[in-house]
Design a protein around this ligand. Sequence first.
Ligand code: AMP
Ligand code: ZN
Ligand code: FE
Ligand code: FE
Length: 293
Amino acid sequence: MIIDLHTHSTASDGTEPPAALVRHARDVGIDVLGLTDHDTTAGWAGAAAAAEAAGIRLVRGIEVSTATDRLGVHLLAYAPDPHDRGLTDELAAIVHAREDRLQAMLDNLAGVGIELSEADVRRHSGDAEGVGRPHVAQALVDAGHVPDVPSAFAELLAPGGPVWAKRYAPDTAAMIRIVTAAGGAAVIAHPWGRRGGAGRSTRDVLTGEVLEQLVVAGLVGVEVDHPEHDPTTRDELRALARDLGLVVTGGSDYHGTRKVGHELGCDTTMPEELERLLAAADLHAQARSAAMK
Ligand code: AMP
Ligand code: ZN
Ligand code: FE
Ligand code: FE
């Protein structure tokens, strides 16, 4: 049983449309696929139809851009009601902030002598709900300003870099409450991954103590098995998850051709952990319908 709970499609910054991603997953032997586009559920319908046809199980997810102590923290929300007002309002605010940030990044690029137009970026974002830095990175590669996407981040787009612009992100604990109230199960994505801002990493911010507070807010799990975690990090995080009673998930963070080292199925979730995750979401959904009566 191969379970990959973290992937992206063209609904955000992946390079394969949702249905194609599902078929690709089936072709490489994946049994359960989590679609977790950034800040949107727009890919769910296409993925669901394709999953039904391909005979694989789809887990509906979102990777929500949140912040703790001013540092970006990605929150995976599994199986929330996509029409829940609290959730849709917050996702709309984030997508809106992505538009504002795009303008700021284009201004910053002009400031370092790089003329990039909005159309150059839109060519890569296509019908994505929210424009991301990977789309800008790709546009910069295309225009010959940098050799590849990782260089675009390292030289220009990373926090502290000359083009970096901050954008609105909801507080992680507040977002966990919103996801829970929407009948979903919240999991911190790559909690101790290598990305960080200007000298700080999420590891500095997401300490055991902070994670314990997030559990009080309703956190269900942590993504332990992720390509950005080395073996030692995984061991430490797994032990912490055990202490806190958190579900342990894993996923590739596949983005198609836009991100290397994240092949479909390269990191996976154990079947019993998936069942615990979905049971928690079920419980939250029941509490939600009871509250609405
Ligand atoms: P955004 O949410 O638009 O700020 O973009 C975040 C996305 O950019 C992440 O999900 C990653 O896929 C990608 N990303 C972040 N840092 C890097 C990096 N150093 N190299 C390549 N991709 C990155
Ligand atoms: Zn991404
Ligand atoms: Fe992420
Ligand atoms: Fe991701």
